[in-house]
Design a protein around this ligand. Structure first.
Ligand code: MF3
Ligand code: CO
Ligand code: CO
Length: 262
């Protein structure tokens, strides 16, 4: 880790990432409006595919290689104790009190925009709401570390301190990643302090996507080769943005038109 070359994106590439990021954010916002009791995760997936292809874009997850076979759907939908990479299904009907992470990655003019958030279905218990709020704060704290000269480990350290300070744990088996024309490339961005001293530079483009658990950080992958669940059955929440290191800080790329971040 930390030795692979990290691509620095050109201004032209960055402009394409801005378009892809904005599209991803608009799609995620659109899908979030579907979240309510009685809706299946397949219905959300199918609307994502319709919305994306109608605009001439491509869903990066659909057919993405990994596990025993490629990913079979257009988005990931991860409910309750699913940490990430949940596969949308007609059999999975959202119910009051569930939490669901929706993770979208449209490819726009060859570039990937990757963003996710966790939605609460109806009303949830206080500790569940706290998990979701703290996870969103973890993403924000991670993003606030990003500037030229900061180390990769600073991102994870900030996230870990906040999550553990609230009695939650940080998933270690999945990390943020470089992104551009390629969906997943260097660097790996751990969400805990893994000691990576790699210095951030202007033009680096990567995701931060902390997965935070109510119980242990340990995960297991189901027999489908994709669905990752908490080992202990505790809940898991996740938020994700794609961002670029700028000359003096950070630019969050996965924002809707007119939306601001910091
Ligand atoms: N969007 C996920 C990420 O944040 C990756 C999903 S890969 C898939 O990196 F194949 F599961 F869709
Ligand atoms: Co990602
Ligand atoms: Co994602």
């Amino acid at each position: 880790m930390g030795r692979d070359p990290i691509e620095l994106m050109s201004q032209r590439g960055l402009n394409k990432m801005r378009a892809a990021g904005r599209t991803a954010a608009e799609l995620l916002h659109h899908l979030g409006q579907m979240v309510e009791p009685g809706v299946s995760t397949l219905a959300i997936n199918d609307e994502a595919e319709r919305w994306t292809t109608e605009r001439g874009h491509v869903s990066a997850p659909l057919g993405y290689p990994g596990g025993p076979g490629s990913f079979p759907k257009s988005i990931c939908t991860s409910v309750n104790d699913v940490v990430c990479h949940g596969i949308p299904s007609a059999d999975q009907i959202l119910k009051d009190g569930d939490i669901i992470n929706i993770d979208v990655t449209p490819i726009v003019d060859g570039y990937h925009g990757d963003t996710s958030r966790t939605f609460i279905v109806g009303q949830a218990e206080d500790r569940v709401r706290e998990l979701v709020e703290v996870t969103e704060q973890c993403l924000r704290l991670g993003i606030e570390q990003v500037r030229p000269g900061a180390r990769l480990r600073d991102i994870g350290a900030a996230i870990q301190a906040h999550a553990e300070g609230h009695g939650f744990s940080v998933v270690r088996d999945f990390v943020g990643h470089g992104i551009g024309r390629i969906f997943h490339c260097p660097p790996q961005v751990a969400h805990y302090d893994n000691g990576d001293k790699t210095r951030l530079k202007p033009g680096m483009v990567f995701t931060i996507e902390p997965m935070i658990n109510t119980g242990s950080w340990k995960v297991k992958v189901l027999g489908d080769g994709w669905t990752a669940k908490t080992k202990d059955g505790g809940l898991s929440a996740q938020f994700e943005h794609t961002l670029a290191v700028t000359l003096d800080g950070v630019e969050v790329l996965t924002l809707r038109e007119g939306e601001t971040y910091l």
